[in-house]
Design a protein around this ligand. Structure first.
Ligand SMILES: [Zn+2]
Length: 287
């Protein structure tokens, strides 16, 4: 799979960003939630901790210019908020940008899970136990028999994105613009109808993309095409570069029978690398 780096990624080496976070002691005082594994999140709408603070905490807050701690609905822990140091490139010349990894200094990693063919309660339990948010790229024809299953992930902090209607891996070579647009738009409509949000991200079936696909994605309202830098499959990690996860990596997984083993492999790699699992949509500001 070819890899397209967006020019904007490399254009901001001097941009120093603050990893703003609420002190763990304050966070602990605000709720009984564990803060042992804080995960970053961003977005002005997700504030959870800023209201009706006792005076002492208000004073402590006032001393800090940091954004507030966040807690997603259904999440067991407070997520550390921060200012992302990566700006999503805009659609240019009608082409949606393609992201294989995120250029960031923050110790974060992004989990993405595709398709939706296999569905077991264990998958929901594991994601809930680990409190991992993931971008979930679903294909309508794989999931339309049971969209309710994926609503559990939405409630757990994950977000549903677009992986086409029919999951035709020859889409990029055998479909014209209008057909590709219909594949993407059809899934936009389905996700909107089932999950109440129009996807911002698109993953091509099989991962291959083209200028025509980038055009169709942009026309459907997609903000970025997301490929991957590493994947968890057959119970182990595969890396396109090196042999460990790095900050900003986008990791591919699937809803497959070996989900537990794949997620365990990812978790081991994530913890070994000292990275936090962050929702890609939060980081890109497209949640
Ligand atoms: Zn797929």
């Amino acid at each position: 799979m070819c890899e397209v780096r967006q020019p904007a990624l490399a254009a901001r080496p001097g941009r120093r960003t603050a990893l703003g976070f609420l002190g763990a002691s304050i966070a602990a005082a605000l709720t009984a939630c564990s803060v042992s594994e804080p995960t970053a999140a961003a977005g002005p709408s997700a504030s959870a901790a800023g209201r009706a603070l006792p005076p002492a905490l208000t004073a402590a807050r006032a001393k800090s210019a940091a954004p507030e701690a966040l807690r997603r609905p259904g999440s067991k822990r407070i997520r550390r908020s921060f200012i992302p140091d990566f700006k999503l490139p805009p659609v240019q010349h009608g082409l949606a940008p393609v992201l294989t990894k995120i250029e960031t200094k923050h110790p974060v990693v992004f989990l993405t899970i595709d398709d939706g063919v296999t569905r077991t309660p264990e998958m929901v339990d594991l994601m809930t136990d680990y409190d991992y948010p993931a971008s979930i790229f679903l294909a309508r024809n794989f999931v339309q028999a049971d969209p309710g299953f994926f609503k559990q992930f939405a409630a757990q902090g994950s977000m549903v994105e677009n992986h086409t209607v029919s999951h035709d891996i020859n889409m990029v070579t055998q479909m014209g613009y209008q057909h590709q647009l219909a594949e993407i738009n059809g899934m936009q409509d389905y996700v909107q109808q089932q999950f109440g949000r129009r996807p911002a991200l698109f993953r091509p079936p099989g991962g291959a993309y083209s200028p025509v696909m980038r055009q169709a994605a942009a026309a459907a309202g997609i903000k970025a095409i997301i490929t991957w830098e590493a994947k968890a499959s057959a119970g182990r990690m595969d890396y396109q570069y090196g042999n460990a996860l790095r900050p900003g990596d986008i990791v591919l997984m699937h809803f497959r029978p070996e989900f537990a083993a794949d997620l365990a492999a990812f978790r081991a790699a994530q913890q070994a690398a000292g990275l936090e699992v962050v929702l890609l949509e939060d980081f890109l500001g497209v949640a």
